[in-house]
Design a protein around this ligand. Structure first.
Ligand code: DAK
Length: 255
């Protein structure tokens, strides 16, 4: 196994564990990530944190040694596998946080982009260096990066392969926050900012926001009207509003 899944303080913590290869994504590791995400989906975790073993890298990208000399059809299947596994993060019942503890390059950054949030350690460096190998991103980078930081900035990163350090990543909206060691504690504290609210309301909110990218404003507003009405029908909403009126802390039960 090149992956480690454990639970801590209500969070599932998924650690890419190939530090000798800077946690590079072999196809076997991508499959393991897929299986682990299924496990997280079925667990009672309230958030997912994805990080890399060691203090040097979150993930240095696709395993370049493995990528060489493969038939085109196999390459296409590989891209589809990576895309499908990373897309599982969109459908996960809980929000996901990429804890970038060093290099986040190529497929590693694409994995982080598929998470809902990104936290950057002081030594984080984020980039899509595929162009330097004669390649272009294949695990969602050309689609998710422009949605996050805009077309022009995304193209600059993709065409130059330039790595962006933590401060710049924060400034351009590529990461949500900078975090200091102990990094996992910082990520768990971030998760706890939303973990205590009802899971259903969080799922509806994530779905409404995720669908904004593909929808016209008109159809997006309809989706929001439907999902906000559905949220209103939950026991958690009833409890939340009653607790406000009774001036007490709500007890959400995910119902
Ligand atoms: N793959 C395999 N091994 C890697 C690796 C990688 N991506 N990155 C690092 N390593 C290995 C190194 O080979 C070295 O192993 P040994 O030589 O000791 O056996 C070990 O990790 C330590 O690395 P370095 O000695 O290079 O460490 P440094 O601190 O000097 O440099 C670095 C760190 C991150 C700057 C450097 O390692 C580096 O530039 N790494 C490569 C970054 C990169 O180019 N990543 C891949 C981008 S391409 C697809 C289409 C496209 C893609 C995928 C699929 N399909 C159509 C299926 C593209 C994906 C990408 O991610």
């Amino acid at each position: 196994m090149s992956l480690n899944l454990r639970h801590q303080d209500g969070c599932a913590v998924l650690t890419l564990d190939r530090p000798q290869a800077l946690n590079a994504l072999s196809f076997a590791l991508i499959r393991e990530i897929g299986a682990a995400l299924d496990e997280v989906a079925g667990s009672d975790a309230r958030a997912l944190i994805v990080t890399g073993a060691g203090d040097k890298a979150f993930c240095a990208g696709a395993d370049i040694k493995e990528l060489q000399d493969r038939p085109l059809l196999e390459q296409k299947r590989g891209a589809e596998l990576g895309q499908a596994v990373f897309a599982k993060l969109d459908r996960l019942p809980v929000a996901s946080i990429a804890l970038l503890n060093g290099y986040a390059f190529g497929g590693g950054l694409e994995l982080a982009l598929a998470c809902n949030f990104r936290l950057a350690a002081p030594n984080a460096a984020l980039g899509l260096p595929e162009i330097k190998l004669g390649l272009i991103p294949g695990y969602g980078g050309t689609q998710r990066l422009p949605r996050l930081i805009g077309e022009s900035r995304a193209l600059e990163m993709i065409l130059t392969g330039r790595a962006v350090k933590a401060e710049e990543a924060l400034r351009i909206g590529l990461v949500n926050r900078l975090v200091e060691p102990p990094l996992l504690d910082a990520a768990i504290a971030f998760a706890h900012e939303f973990c205590g609210y009802g899971r259903l309301a969080q799922q509806f909110a994530r779905e409404a926001v995720q669908r904004a990218a593909a929808a016209t404003l008109e159809s997006g507003l309809r989706i929001e009207a439907d999902l906000s009405t559905l949220a209103y029908r939950t026991a958690d909403a009833e409890e939340g509003m009653r607790a406000f009126v009774e001036k007490r802390k709500p007890q959400f039960r995910d119902g």
